[in-house]
Design a protein around this ligand. Structure first.
Ligand SMILES: [Zn+2]
Length: 189
């Protein structure tokens, strides 16, 4: 293995330690953490998300008098730099029982799923608005092209009529405006 790394990387976290060291920081109370940030499914391998570095850290001393976070580096083992987390050896206060934690977790999950399952019902429209919106929704790009193609022959006809020059010579002078009333005259027979 190459020993070229300038900086040591974070060490693998021990599951349990026997050190007597205790962090000076106040104990973490389970009841004050989000239930989803605690994992007590296997109490002997209990872990929680460290408040300081935001990573899962094993809790040591489950069967002892004092429970603590194991000493740990802040990042991923073997990847991140070896930076000591200040919450290493921090006491964990089990101020809730296992069933209580489970219940809190279940409640949080139920709450979260009910939140996402809620469908926002659209406001009721008047019948007219509803019809308009429905028709608008049904109109597609293809539909619009078809509409244009249907209208095209009429457009072409109109253009043709506009371009047509009347047959015959163009009058040299403008006709005088008739001043007499036009009256219907019977042809003398
Ligand atoms: Zn930490």
């Amino acid at each position: 293995m190459a020993v070229s790394a300038a900086m040591p990387t974070a060490k693998e976290r021990p599951r349990r330690t026997r050190t007597k060291r205790v962090s000076a920081l106040p104990a973490l109370k389970l009841s004050k953490l989000l239930p989803s940030r605690i994992d007590l499914r296997d109490p002997l391998q209990a872990v929680l998300v460290c408040e300081d570095c935001g990573t899962w850290v094993p809790i040591t001393g489950i069967n002892s008098r004092v429970q603590k976070l194991v000493p740990h580096h802040t990042g991923k083992a073997g990847v991140a730099a070896a930076i000591h987390c200040r919450s290493s050896n921090r006491r964990v206060e089990f101020d809730m029982t296992l069933p209580e934690w489970r219940q809190a977790l279940d409640d949080a999950i139920t709450e979260a799923s009910s939140r996402t399952a809620t469908t926002v019902l659209p406001k009721a429209f008047s019948a007219e608005t509803d019809r308009t919106l429905r028709a608008r929704a049904e109109r597609t790009a293809a539909g619009r092209v078809a509409d244009w193609q249907a209208a095209l022959p009429r457009v072409v006809d109109a253009d043709k009529a506009r371009r047509a020059v009347p047959a015959g010579d163009t009058p040299a002078e403008a006709r005088s405006v008739p001043t007499d009333h036009l009256t219907v005259q019977r042809l003398a027979s």
